[in-house]
Design a protein around this ligand. Structure first.
Ligand SMILES: [Zn+2]
Length: 318
């Protein structure tokens, strides 16, 4: 691992050894450093983090340990001896959640943890998992994001410069897949907006946009997963949501919301969709994303199609 402490840094900005990024507003704005002639810096965690709980869909106990990783390694899962990079190439299922797999190993429901990692600006991390599914915690990414915030980030001198993923000025596109659609256009900074419509429920029409300069921790991470009350029997029949209950899921009825605690945001459902989108889009790979995405009724399956389309269209430059 190359940390700033061990580097001989030539710029006054980086002269003071290891830097802790202030995390109070979510992902750090590392681009500012570039104006001083320094390349984009990658980050990792300052210390190891551990989480355990029950998987949302499998209902089985699991635990994860997040460890700092070297520059350029990205986000990697490790299940026993099998390493599974958090990249679109390793997506094996997208039914009501995103599952990564390789060599007979499957890791379910990765999106909330990946969302916290991307939303909080962590570039490199190893996630060792015991079990088959990321623990659901409270159904949001808050526990992960708060722990990352507490641990802080280590800025690393990149062995390779941090790649930039961007879309050309006149290369906007619309992707429609199933009931979901996305408009993606070029932008100097990332933004992710989502609109959802659930007529006949208290959700109604909601939209929310997140830009990394706003606080992921405060504005996005606390939004819990939700499902419609009418969907519950079908989910159970599919063998899903075995670990789901009112402590980690908002159940949306025709008239009201059922959950163990009151809504955390008035528009919590759409914010959770943004949370999912941040996690799923991180499967593009490590780097600085510079495009704007406006999604209508996104799902994990459609998010994955979008990642594949973005892989084809975005220019990755170093
Ligand atoms: Zn989710």
């Amino acid at each position: 691992m190359i940390l700033l402490k061990k580097d001989r840094l030539r710029t006054p900005l980086m002269a003071d050894s290891v830097m802790t990024v202030k995390m109070t507003r979510g992902a750090p704005d590392l681009r500012r450093k570039k104006s001083n002639g320094v390349k984009l810096y990658q980050t990792t965690l300052r210390s190891e983090l551990r989480f355990s709980g029950v998987g949302l869909h499998g209902g089985k106990p699991s635990s994860v340990i997040l460890s700092p990783m070297s520059s350029g390694t990205g986000v990697q899962f490790q299940a026993g001896r099998v390493g599974v990079p958090a990249l679109a190439e390793y997506v094996v299922d997208t039914k009501r959640g995103t599952t990564l797999g390789k060599g007979g190993v499957a890791i379910r429901t990765v999106e909330h943890l990946l969302s916290a990692i991307r939303g909080m600006g962590v570039d490199n991390v190893l996630i060792r998992i015991t079990g088959e599914e990321i623990p659901a915690m409270d159904g949001s990414a808050a526990v992960f994001a708060e722990a990352i915030s507490k641990a802080g980030l280590q800025l690393m001198r990149a062995r390779q410069p941090k790649p930039v993923w961007e879309l050309g000025d006149d290369e906007s596109f619309v992707l429609t897949t199933g009931l979901s659609s996305y408009k993606v256009f070029s932008s100097k900074a990332l933004s992710m907006g989502v609109s959802i419509s659930f007529p006949g429920t208290p959700i109604g029409l909601q939209d929310f946009e997140w830009r990394p300069r706003a606080s992921y921790l405060k504005e996005v991470s606390r939004a819990r997963t939700f499902c419609l009350a009418s969907e519950v029997p079908a989910l159970r029949q599919l063998g899903l949501a075995k670990g789901g209950d009112l402590s980690n899921t908002i159940v949306v009825g025709a008239q009201d919301y059922q959950s163990q605690e009151p809504l955390r945001y008035r528009d919590e459902c759409v914010r959770h969709k943004v949370l999912d989108l941040v996690g799923d889009l991180s499967l593009l790979g490590p780097g600085d994303y510079r495009f704007a995405c406006a999604a209508f009724a996104p799902s994990h399956t459609a998010n994955f199609r979008l990642v594949q389309e973005l892989r084809r269209r975005l220019k990755r430059r170093v």
